[in-house]
Write a protein that binds this ligand. Sequence first.
Ligand code: FAD
Length: 389
Amino acid sequence: MSADATFDVVVVGAGLVGASVAAALADTTLSIAVVERAPPPPASAEWDTRIYAISPASVRFLESFGVWQALDRARIQPVRRMDVSGDAGSRIAFSAYDAGVAALAHIVESGAMQRALWARVAGQANVAMLCPARCASLERDGKRWRLGLEDGRSIVANLVVGADGRDSWVRGHAGIGAKLEPYGDSGVVANFATERAHEGTAFQWFRADGILAYLPLPGNRISIVWSTPEAHARELTALDPAALAARVAAAGGEQLGRLEPLTPAAAFPLALMDVEHLALGGLALVGDAAHAVHPLAGQGVNLGFGDARVLAALVREREIFRTPGDPTVMRRYERARREDILAMRFVTHGLQRLFSLPGRVPAAVRNLGMNFTDDVGVLKNLLIRQALG
Ligand SMILES: Cc1cc2nc3c(=O)[nH]c(=O)nc-3n(C[C@H](O)[C@H](O)[C@H](O)COP(=O)(O)OP(=O)(O)OC[C@H]3O[C@@H](n4cnc5c(N)ncnc54)[C@H](O)[C@@H]3O)c2cc1C
């Protein structure tokens, strides 16, 4: 690449969402540069602790450019049923059969998906993968952006896509404000072998000490996310693996019998984040750079894939004009995504708040609500449709 290389689009960050923007544009005539500081983790026989519940809408998006088909089926678990319990005996269950779909979601490892996305763009003549590379400067140059890299290279592009995660460098350097509200909770993740078969059921418990989810992996394995106050998360991650397995099994009411540790536990701080603009003068934010929601609905990456799908579709409409950062595209992207992001914030933040209120009255209200919803087919179907995306 010369000292000043010109592209139609530059994507900063090739995590799942940024890589999916590049993959969704790989069959166009647009020239695309992807800037990423580190490659995906190598394949391993061990199971990733970063796993995602991929919604049917995200599956269709990944299928549209061949990435879903390239994933190893033996490492994907369809979710056939969801079983959610309140903190005072209430329960709500959803099944793929009731919803008339083959699976409510698919549990997929993060690393496997990222490697498949990278493989889709590798060797594409119109995509330049710049990795490892770090950004150094960003400035507006007429109708284009000039992105300087730490190694002295410089990229000029009509559209910059900020896909560089929650602490987005692009967002900061474009002067787009973000409001981050930490929940004071962390998500503790770890994988376990189970004594009993999960039969494709995802379990979730709204407990006094947080929200615990068992997500099914192929075979007798699960991955857990326990969103819990930071002090409790520290206590859990400090336990030896066998003691943690016993705590997780007890917290889940021994639903799948005894648990055996498969991976060490890790914890991630949780926050709600909203940005001032999703797009601004030839620059668009996608994925965690654009929003952060509570992981209780497992929708973070699905929201990000939604951003990538909408942005790529709008950019494709402008392909012949070679102006992907056109103000009309930016305005339509902002309008199209605001509503979905707001809806997901409303659901996840509302549930998190409702279940963190102390006292018997809030407990009675939320548990009554869950039992009521379980009995009312129409309402339950609406909730299922929201989850299917
Ligand atoms: C505990 C927990 C559980 C979760 N569970 C789920 C779930 O079940 N389902 C779900 O959908 N979501 C879940 N999420 C949310 C999900 O992890 C994120 O929404 C998703 O990873 C966002 O992807 P992204 O590509 O936008 O950002 P990231 O994954 O953060 O990727 C950003 C990329 O940008 C690169 N980068 C950063 N800065 C620069 C720079 N300056 N220059 C170059 N490259 C840069 C990074 O190296 C990285 O590759 C969970 C989150 C947590 C914390």
